[in-house]
Design a protein around this ligand. Sequence first.
Ligand code: MG
Length: 452
Amino acid sequence: MDQPTIQDRVRTYSRPSDLKITDLRVTDIVGAPMRCCLLKIYTNQGIVGLGEVRDGASRTFALMLKSRILGENPCNVDKLFRRIKQFGWHARQGGGVSGIEVALWDLAGKAYGVPVYQMLGGKFRDRVRIYCDTDAGDRPTGRDMGRALKQRMAMGFTFLKMDLGMWQAIHEPGTLSMPTGELDKWRTYHSAGRRKVNTPEERAIRNRDYDFHNVMHPFTGVHLTEKGLDFLEQYIAEVRDEIGYEVPLAIDHLGHIALQDCIKLAKRIEKYNPAWLEDLVPWQFTDQYAQLSRATTVPICTGEDIYLKENFKPLLEAGGVSVIHPDVLSTGGILETKKIGDMAQDYGAAMAIHMAESPVAAMAAAHVATATENFLAQEFHSVDVPWWDDIAIGLAKPIVKDGFITVSDKPGLGIDDLNDEVLAAHIDPDLPGLWAPTDQWDNEFSWDRVWS
Ligand SMILES: [Mg+2]
């Protein structure tokens, strides 16, 4: 029997043209603060690519693509992306394609010894500005929220975000109008039933929760009353009173309210100088975004649920947004997000980046942010998760320091590996297993021809 050669035994990093994908495995963790599906793509040369499915999405979105990439050279990132892109769609459904694309870039970087930002064209900045999305406990007042945001500023954050909309007003009588009885349904089914179901009753609750969250904003019949507008104006006035007017303050989660209510609220709060208003109506309603942008001086923003560059284009062409807000794990991945940013720049729009996941997603986004000129700020949700930094091995800690991420010159995403001890301590109990075999996906097949 032939003795193994040195190249069989030693990780050389030097044969990228012979690199082949041999396996894809996943681990789901909870409490980061979202549920995160981390993924690894393994190769015949010992190097492993790290990726992640969009927060809260199913691992199946990635696993069903395994048979479509096995045996291929991961350095052919764009070719493989184009092969699998038909299996993505908007929001979480883009998570499998995007997560795999990120892992391919990590592998290409590790194979050639180059950081991802360099492969995208190099740096526009050394540090990536992070904006901090902030909660302030159950039913905070504007003043509570202002104090919570002030603590973020004391940590070095230079850009802030909070929620302002129907969820702030929902417990205050007389602030919302909607068909009688609907309010109770909203209170009952909001975020109910997102865990594993064991009984028909639990499944019924999950199904109602699903229905409830998929009614588009114009069809809920929810409107803000004059009292509701007063209440929300008072809330942001108290926030600004605490944090001052100089720090940018973005606003998210207005709730599933109609275009006309969004315009009313935007006009009311213009003088509090919001950095942007986010996801006011579904992104598909291009003309409604154009109406919004013309009706207020507050910058209008959307994009975290949009898959592919081609779906950002109508919004930009119509002048519907001043800020785009892609998530690297929904757009189709790193290269697609870079292309989206560059396209937005041509229309005079800035790019913020949505990010609510682990350090893998944070670094994927930070490499795009480093290499894209019109970048504004990248989101971060995990200030209050003490073990978040420890998920990744090989990054300078803390990963977010004084409100910025600094991207290193290490190959790929710059992460050596993931910390199995930390992952094991936070595995999703509904999806147990740490990098368990996925052989059952090796022969997943359909006739994937897109055209006849
Ligand atoms: Mg958002």
